[in-house]
Design a protein around this ligand. Structure first.
Ligand SMILES: C[S@@+](CC[C@H](N)C(=O)[O-])C[C@H]1O[C@@H](n2cnc3c(N)ncnc32)[C@H](O)[C@@H]1O
Length: 211
């Protein structure tokens, strides 16, 4: 959504992407479908810094893809902390596994392959930080599934909260992804159990704190 010049300026004013993440970014662009799904330098750095502010023991990521955000978030875990990450598509496994090892975070990552809607219900953990970044039509379902697994003060981040601007002008009811994001944003906005701020970072990040 941002002007290319602005994007460049923003990247130049964020701490640089580390070499391993830059390599993962390149390999994803060469080998995976829809490489735009990768969170990338700016969002990755944002997640890492928010993570360092929270210092979580347990993180849940919904939608691993090739593992870029998993690595950014794994870095900020408290000692002995773990990040649980769920990915539907087993074909991406070999890339994420390779880069978890290269980044020395493999012992901190608990990987699941399958449908997050089912897997979340089988994880017996309380999370301090949750990153929702999978299929847009299920964002509200994910929010509801994780909510009781979070302590007060827990943080939920949801990517693509602006959905390429489509949240402003949805006319096509058959567009389930846009409807999913709009329903999620509206639900969070009226939920008096949380405080939230919608940040226009890349494709929009909804930052939520359970109160
Ligand atoms: C936007 S990408 C995730 C990007 C990743 N978090 C990153 O930072 O690079 C979304 C991922 O969610 C996965 N996904 C979609 N539906 C899912 C589901 N029901 N359960 C688990 N993963 C799902 C897709 O296969 C895709 O890899």
């Amino acid at each position: 959504m941002l002007d290319i010049k602005f994007e460049k300026y923003i990247k130049e004013h964020c701490s640089p992407e580390n070499e391993i993440l830059a390599e993962l970014n390149r390999e994803t662009n060469l080998k995976a479908l829809f490489p735009r799904m990768l969170s990338g330098h700016v969002l990755g750095k944002f997640l890492e810094i928010v993570g360092f502010m929270v210092r979580p023991n347990r993180i849940l990521e919904i939608g691993t893809y090739t593992g870029y955000a998993t690595i950014c978030l794994a870095k900020c875990l408290a000692e002995k902390g773990l990040i649980h990450t769920i990915e539907l598509n087993p074909e991406l496994d070999y890339i994420s596994t390779k880069y978890f090892k290269k980044s020395n975070v493999e012992d901190k990552v608990v990987k699941y392959t399958g449908n997050a809607l089912e897997i979340i219900q089988t994880i017996d953990e309380k999370f301090d930080l949750v990153f929702i970044d999978a299929d847009k039509e299920n964002y509200l379902n994910y929010y509801q599934l994780v909510f009781d697994k979070m302590e007060k003060g827990g943080i939920i981040l949801a990517d693509n909260a602006l959905w390429d601007g489509k949240v402003l002008n949805q006319t096509d009811n058959s567009d389930k992804e846009t409807k999913g994001i709009i329903d999620f944003n509206d639900f969070v906005q009226q939920d008096d159990r949380v405080e939230n701020v919608l940040i226009p970072l890349r494709d929009g990040v909804m930052l939520i704190r359970k109160i």
